[in-house]
Design a protein around this ligand. Structure first.
Ligand SMILES: [Zn+2]
Length: 540
């Protein structure tokens, strides 16, 4: 048999029982070019060119050996040369390339072989150019190694087919040359490496181990990051003001404006709205935030003690004064002195405070020398100072000294948008693994009038966490006076200041609920016809 007499259609058979295509006794598998292109790309992109070449070459070499053996079982070739040429016919028939042999000589006895030829439209180069830019070196790894395997089987010893130039480099066709391995002058080890999958396997094992280690590292680092995040969050708790309401946003805009100045600020608002938090906020954003922030509650101390706390005293000024003491005005330096509940100052202290602020200096109790006041004064009151002025209980001149820049913080019930976000904030401070608030508990919170404001909310969340643990917080976890107070839907109706249209929708729903979904009755309550109600519901 000569290679040119091979009849292609005879070479491919069908397994009659199963309908599978056969080459000799071997089952064949057909793939389309695009899927092979995909494989080529995935291999190169995930392993890199060099390692992809090893895998493709091994695949090709084994296929070549198999083809050569199978064809020699099917036919007796006239000569080794015809057998070798049959390889070209088979490679063309298999769709790998249109192969042309230019020159061929083989002597199996002396183990010499030389073959040169061309591959036109090699499938690898076509796939390459459809996906990548031209490459610097030849890329037809499967074709070259498949030819190597085939030729090695024919010669009975190792043959290496090298691609000299490749269409993927921009040439018109690929050129190859086949010689016994030893002829190429390449060390056997190099070649071995090219076809040896084991180093790759070892490398993959090593990579896998490294990957496992890196993952473990990452897990540890993530745990550390979570821990640090928690810490930071705890620090932020007294750093940031939590809000969502327009009202609070306006106050903060003002606070931000006054913070960098040295003007006195008076913060007014109900007990528990967070006046000290606001004072600290102003201090942090002041030009002297590095200096101390000192706070004193004017209602907490008897007048005499308060005076010596504020202004200091000298040794022997009174019984028990066994050494000099600097007052808070001096200790605050260039920082901020926060006078909480300033309305509670006695008339005498009001006068002394006024004098100190006017003269910008303080004289310690029992002392003769004065010290300058450099601190910025921020004061706060939960009482209406203007009303106290009109009742003669607070000095008007002191008021104007303190209230150069007045700020008013609304009670929590007037900024209900802040309730949920504050509650969640406190919850995250008290526990790491809570399931949050049930909708019913949220409704109770939003309907409640919060006489104790933010402080009461914080206390309540702590209370609920103690009762609920990590479970979802339900109305029964609320303090009794809150949970027994049924949430009034009308109170929360406009809490988030919806549009008129939205408000109307909500109101209709509330009235419907209150009538047990009886539309006639609801329409009557709403003062519209049942038909109109029906239409409105359709629009919702
Ligand atoms: Zn090529």
């Amino acid at each position: 048999m000569r290679a040119c007499d091979l009849e292609r259609l005879e070479l491919i058979g069908i397994d009659r029982s199963r309908g599978l295509p056969l080459f000799g006794d071997y089952r064949m598998v057909m793939f389309g070019m695009p899927s092979l292109a995909r494989l080529q790309k995935d291999l190169i992109q995930s392993l890199g060119m060099e390692k992809a070449a090893v895998i493709l070459s091994r695949f090709g070499y084994d296929s070549g050996l198999g083809m050569a053996t199978t064809i020699s079982e099917l036919y007796d070739f006239d000569s080794s040369e015809e057998w070798l040429r049959a390889g070209a016919v088979l490679r063309t028939m298999a769709g790998l390339a249109v192969e042309e042999i230019m020159e061929v000589s083989i002597d199996p006895e002396n183990k010499t072989l030389k073959m040169t030829g061309r591959w036109r439209d090699s499938f690898e180069s076509v796939n390459w150019l459809s996906q990548f830019q031209p490459h610097e070196t030849p890329i037809c790894h499967i074709l070259a190694s498949l030819s190597s395997g085939f030729a090695s089987a024919v010669l009975g010893s190792e043959v290496l087919v090298r691609e000299i130039s490749c269409r993927a480099q921009g040439h018109e066709y690929c050129q190859f040359e086949a010689r016994p391995m030893s002829d190429w002058g390449i060390s056997a080890e190099d070649i071995q490496r090219r076809f040896d999958i084991n180093p790759l396997g070892e490398e993959l094992t090593q990579l896998n181990a490294a990957l496992r280690e890196a993952r473990e590292d990452l897990r540890r680092q993530n745990a550390e990051i979570s821990r640090l995040r928690l810490l930071t969050r705890q620090i932020e708790t007294d750093e940031e003001i939590i809000f969502r309401s327009e009202a609070m946003s306006r106050v903060l805009t003002l606070a931000n404006k006054v913070a960098p100045t040295r003007s006195s600020v008076l913060i007014q608002g109900e007990s528990g709205v967070g006046k000290e938090v606001m004072a600290r906020f102003i201090h942090r954003r002041s030009t002297h935030s590095h200096a101390p922030f000192l706070a004193i509650n004017c209602a907490a101390l008897p007048p005499g003690l308060l005076e010596s706390e504020l202004f200091g005293y000298v040794k022997g000024a009174f019984t028990g004064a066994d050494s000099d003491k600097k007052g808070l005005f001096v200790e605050a330096g260039e920082g901020t002195l926060f006078l909480d509940e300033v309305a509670e100052l006695s008339p005498e202290l009001q006068a002394k405070l006024l004098r100190a602020l006017q003269e910008k200096e303080v004289r310690p109790v029992g002392g003769l020398t004065v010290s300058p006041i450099r601190a910025r004064i921020v004061s706060a009151s939960n009482r209406d100072l203007r009303e106290m002025i009109s009742q003669g209980k607070f000095r008007e001149d002191l008021y104007y000294r303190l209230a150069v820049f007045p700020l008013f913080i609304s009670p929590l019930r007037d900024r209900r948008q802040d309730i949920l976000i504050l509650a969640r904030h406190f919850l995250s401070n008290f526990t790491r693994d809570s399931h949050g608030f049930s909708p019913a508990a949220l409704r109770c919170m939003e309907a409640y009038h919060w006489p104790g404001n933010v402080r009461e909310l914080s206390n309540w969340v702590e209370y609920a966490v103690i009762l609920a643990g990590s479970e979802l917080i339900l109305p029964e976890h609320l303090p009794l006076h809150m949970s027994t107070q049924p949430p009034d839907p009308l109170t929360i109706l406009g809490a988030d200041q919806p549009t008129l249209e939205e408000l109307e929708k909500r109101y209709i729903r509330i009235v419907l609920q209150s009538t047990g979904n009886r539309r006639n009755e609801a329409a009557k309550k709403l003062g519209i016809s049942t038909a109109t109600l029906w239409r409105r519901l359709q629009q919702q």
